[in-house]
Design a protein. Structure first.
Length: 386
């Protein structure tokens, strides 16, 4: 196991009817900017719960943060923060709203003239404006980590940011909110969390037995509860396991002491930026091709995954590894998630070359756990995913 340091300061408040507990977490003298997405929280009762809990707090609202948090929209929110002298942020939504709030947390205290440089120059935020979250869509794990991804439509870019100053102060996780989530978004959430684990697990053996089993247990739980959640999102036992699995998939715990990949995400982000494909679905497009292209480097871990997660007991290491990839594709298909780029767009010609060129221009010359995936190799992976 590699050396590591681990600190996660986010307070988790989990369980039924926990939204009311916000009133114990935000100072009464704070001036709060309440951030949310398209307005579904006003239809499912979450908005009213939040407003009731914060009836004694001065609140300004900003809605309309899109599914891929858009830089221009967030800049409008930043103006509100400055003009209204906001002191505290509250994200009520899924990963997109929370990611957008993290950007605002950083941008509110940023000294420069162009906050996009936080992303463009990969500036780690050491101190941001305090914020909390009320999670309404389990998927990204953003409620308990310090990372975010922001989109800029005018340049067709989707870039990551983070830093120790961007952990939520607290996050409210009430599995009852899942009852109102559409099936497509539930499938996306399951796929997103599943792939988050794979990015931190599907590398090469390093002797981190406990970390491997942490990761495998999250994968097994997602496989077990996925059909139950899709069939009946009011099943509290299943939705509670689903919500906590999504959080645990990317709160930093399972990545400590082990190598990480993250090439699937880097490539997937480009597909979202270029075509507007749901983030989770881009991961399902790239992951199988990525594992096949890098089969020799990953086959030991793929075979272990096949044995422990999918109960594949017969065949050689290669056989188990190939079958594990097939099982993963079947899992995505079972959720209604297509796994080829051509399933989402007929305008895919030249995509691989365009992504390869972008990575070269950014200086991203070696992705993956071995930093060996050069832009020309990324190009081949994307072509395999057509």
């Amino acid at each position: 196991m590699n050396n590591f340091e681990f600190k996660n300061p986010t307070k988790i408040i989990f369980g039924k009817d926990s939204i009311d507990k916000i009133k114990n977490e935000i100072p009464e003298d704070a001036k709060v900017l309440l951030l949310y997405g398209g307005g579904s929280i006003k239809k499912n009762g979450i908005y009213d719960q939040v407003k009731t809990a914060l009836s004694k707090v001065n609140i300004v609202e900003f809605g309309g943060i899109p599914a891929n948090p858009e830089y221009s929209v967030l800049m409008d929110a930043l103006k509100v923060i400055k003009d209204e002298k906001i002191t505290y942020l509250l994200a009520v939504g899924g990963g997109s709203v929370i990611d957008g709030t993290k950007f605002l947390s950083a941008a509110a205290l940023y000294d420069g003239d162009t906050p996009w440089n936080i992303l463009k120059n990969n500036i780690a935020t050491k101190e941001g404006m305090p914020f909390g979250t009320v999670l309404t869509l389990p998927a990204t794990g953003s409620e308990m980590n310090s990372g975010a991804v922001i989109t800029r439509k005018e340049t067709q870019e989707k870039l990551a940011m983070g830093g120790p100053g961007l952990f939520p102060v607290f996050s409210i996780l009430d599995p009852q909110v899942i009852a109102s989530i559409p099936e497509r978004q539930l499938a996306n959430g399951i796929t997103d969390a599943f792939t988050h684990v794979l990015e931190q697990y599907m590398t090469y053996p390093i002797g981190a037995s406990l970390q491997d089993r942490f990761a495998e247990s999250i994968l097994q739980t997602l496989i077990e509860v996925a059909p139950k959640v899709i069939k009946d999102p009011t099943d509290y036992k299943a939705t509670a396991d689903f919500m906590w699995s999504c959080t645990m998939a990317l709160n930093g715990l399972i990545q400590k002491g082990v190598p990480g990949d993250w090439a699937v995400h880097a490539i997937g982000h480009e597909l979202t930026a270029l075509f507007g494909i749901d983030h989770a679905r881009t991961l399902a497009v790239i992951a199988p091709s990525h594992y096949k292209y890098n089969f020799e480097a990953k086959k030991e871990k793929l075979a272990q995954y096949g044995e422990r997660v999918w109960n594949i007991t017969e065949g050689s290491t290669d056989d188990k590894a190939y079958t594990a990839i097939e099982k993963t594709v079947d899992f995505f298909h079972g959720l209604g998630i297509d796994t080829k780029l051509s399933d989402y767009t007929k305008d895919y010609k030249g995509t691989a070359e365009k992504i390869s060129k972008r990575f070269t221009e950014r200086g991203w010359l070696g992705l993956g756990e071995h930093q060996s995936l050069s832009p020309d190799k990324v190009e081949e992976i994307v072509k395999m995913a057509y």
